[in-house]
Design a protein around this ligand. Structure first.
Ligand code: NCD
Length: 326
């Protein structure tokens, strides 16, 4: 019997026995610290491979359905690029207006359809719980790329990977989240995910009407993390290691007058950063509107563009994992 050829690329195991084979990625709640270490080590290998050879055939023959019911630049493009860099193909559906959704097709039916043609489905949708609903019907791995104001687990994974690559550690950190903590799904996932590490302190800075939701605060409190809420950044900036800035989520407001009142509540400028640590990083899931001035971009602490790139490697790792190649 000929022995199975070894992968020339990465020491990946057999499909069926790979621990993440066929799994959904719906919430950060599903990851243990050991899982995170594993994902980050695969992501790191992906980075090395992309830098060394660009594109390789780990997922050759596999197809991703990228199904987006909400606008996206980074998440959509990085999942596409991730699949293509791994040698796979993509069915991109970013304009559901031009799909049968516009004819009134339900999410379960659309997902069942795509599952006939693809091996994995990435979905972004305005309703909380939509990715979990899709997973019930897909019969193929479903990855949540943002379910309304719920979660954005792959963003939180890339955010934590960014912190690890930039600061060299994931314990002993003060993380300050700023902006729209009510509607920003990225901070809901990130706060939950940070509970996996030791000696993390969380500061939430937001206008009164955009405070971090109670259920997230309670979940984080259960794990014993210290959390404090503030109206201004000044008092917590000097002790901050990671400043995580978010956009005020205009599309989630019922009343646009309310949005106008808070949209420019915080603007980070070079002056703001005078009181910050030398070795701090500024992150943002992007897109930014006005909350970080462009003059900040040249500050070496501005990590938000590097953060986007880390997203590619993390999403490559996740696709390889759920398709049994990592
Ligand atoms: C975020 C999102 O969609 O939740 N964007 C992203 O995926 N990078 C943040 C946002 O839209 O403000």
């Amino acid at each position: 019997m000929p022995t199975k050829p070894k992968s020339p690329y990465l020491p990946f195991g057999d499909q069926q026995t790979a621990p993440w084979y066929g799994k959904n990625i719906l919430s950060v709640r599903q990851f243990t610290r050991a899982d995170l270490e594993y994902i980050f080590s695969v992501a790191h290998e992906m980075r090395v491979m992309v830098e060394r050879i660009g594109t390789f055939d780990l997922l050759k023959g596999k197809i991703l359905a990228n199904l987006f019911y909400e606008p996206s630049t980074r998440t959509f493009a990085s999942f596409m690029a991730a699949m293509q860099r791994l040698g796979g193909a993509v069915i991109p559906i970013s304009e559901v207006r031009y799909s049968s959704v516009a004819k009134g097709e339900s999410l379960p039916d659309t997902v069942r359809t795509l599952a006939c043609y693809a091996d994995v489905i990435v979905i972004r949708h305005p309703e909380v719980g939509s990715a979990a609903l899709a997973a019930q019907y897909a019969g193929k791995p479903v990855i949540n790329a943002g379910d309304g104001v719920g979660e954005h687990p792959t963003q939180a994974l890339l955010d934590v990977f960014t912190i690890r690559e930039e600061l060299g550690r994931l314990d002993n950190l003060t993380v300050t989240m700023l902006g729209d903590l009510k509607y920003g799904r990225t901070v809901h996932s990130l706060a939950r995910l940070l509970t996996r590490f030791d000696n993390i302190k969380l500061h939430y800075v937001s206008p009164e009407v955009l405070r971090m939701p109670r259920d997230v605060i309670d979940e984080v409190a259960e794990k014993g993390l210290p959390q404090e809420e503030h109206l201004t950044l000044d008092e917590v900036l000097p002790e901050t290691d990671v400043l995580y800035v978010t956009r005020v989520q205009r599309e989630r407001f019922d009343n646009l007058e309310e949005y106008e009142k808070v949209k420019d509540a915080y603007v980070i400028t070079p002056k703001t950063l005078e009181k910050a640590k030398e070795k701090m990083i500024i992150m943002h899931p992007l897109p930014r509107v006005n909350e970080i001035s462009m003059e900040v971009d040249k500050d070496p602490r501005a990590a938000y563009f590097r953060q986007m790139e880390y997203g590619l490697y993390v999403r490559m790792a996740l696709l390889a994992m759920v398709l049994g190649k990592a």
